[in-house]
Each structure stands twice: as C-alpha cells, then as structure tokens.
Design a protein. Structure first.
Length: 195
C-alpha cells in the first residue's frame, strides 16, 4: 500500500465508494450540502479535486489517495498546514468499506504523519475523532497520537454540532518514524511508500 497524489482518474472510484458507503461515512464526516448523491456526483468530484489542487498550490493542504495493490482505496489529507512558530497541521482520512479492518487506515495515517514531519517539516500533527467512533481513535493511538482534550460541539457532522476528542503528536515524541514503529510492533510489513 502507498500514498500518492490524488488524480482526476480517481473520480469514478471516489464517487462509487463514497456513495456505497454512505451509511458508514455520513455519521462521521462533515455535513455535506444537499443530499449525499449530489455531494458525490461527477461535478462534486471535480469541485473537490479543484479545491484540493488549489489548496495544495497554496501550501495549506497535502491531499493523498490511499492505494492498495494499485487500486484507489480512500483518501488522506494533511490540512491547515502552518509553518513558523505554529508548525502544525491536522490529519484526516477515510477508507472504503472493502478495505476496512485490515490496518489500511493505520498504515495510511503513519505514512501521512511521516510525510508531515519529514517532507513538509512540521513539528506537530493534530487529529480529532468522535467519541462513538473508537476505531478512528485506535488508528490514531496506534500511530502514537496522545489525547490532549475534549472539544465540545467542535464540528458539524451529519447535520449537528458534535463533540470530538482532540489528539496530537509532536515530532520529538518518538525517536523513530510512525511507520518504523508499526513495523517494530509487527502491525505491518515494511513495504509501504510515499510518492
């Protein structure tokens, strides 16, 4: 598995996967305008891709496709990238249902963290997850994130303001990379890559 730049050709799989996984994604993702089908149409994909690319050019977002055995399997994004005295970003991800439960999200998250620290040169990566989504919490904790707080009515999710746990990982928290730690723990084989 690997992370690679999001491509225009990912659109068909993005639309199909997100439409098929509505019951899984809608309860944990930011509220979409209109109905789910319209928010995952070809036009929506092209707008989403345009936003990701323009934000990447500005240096505020690094968008990745999660690829498993050569197939698009989800997305990972480093967002709100800030350099200087703040030197941080947030990390977010989703994995299609057909790839869940196999460590794909954990490996993708580790690759994203290592990219943020190594390639982007940031000091801190933050993340949030819903209290009723412990799977996402385990992904983050397996990558070394520490819980730092509880954010009340933090994000608008599926039509309502929802509380989130807030976690963070600092570059100096561990002497090794997130992927190296997963390999040492026997969670993954050492065959993962970034572009």
């Amino acid at each position: 598995m690997r992370l690679r730049p999001v491509a225009r050709s990912d659109g068909q799989r993005w639309m199909r996967m997100r439409t098929n996984d509505e019951a899984l994604l809608r309860p944990v993702e930011p509220t979409v305008p209109g109905d789910w089908a319209s928010a995952h149409s070809r036009g929506a994909w092209l707008r989403h891709l345009s936003f990701l690319r323009s934000s990447a050019r500005l240096g505020t977002v690094v968008p990745f496709a999660i690829e498993v055995n050569g197939s698009f399997a989800g997305q990972l994004t480093l967002g709100n990238i800030q350099h200087g005295a703040v030197s941080e970003c947030w990390i977010g991800y989703w994995v299609a249902s057909g790839y869940q439960g196999n460590g794909v999200a954990t490996v993708a998250c580790a690759l994203g963290v290592d990219h943020a620290f190594g390639r982007v040169g940031l000091h801190r990566v933050t993340a949030t997850y819903l209290p009723d989504n412990p799977y996402s919490g385990r992904v983050l904790e397996n990558c070394g994130f520490q819980r730092e707080g509880y954010l009340r009515r933090n994000l608008h999710i599926d039509g309502q303001w929802r509380d989130h746990y807030f976690l963070a990982l600092n570059q100096e928290d561990f002497p090794t990379t997130a992927v190296e730690r997963l390999v040492e723990q026997g969670r993954v084989a050492p065959r993962v890559s970034l572009p």
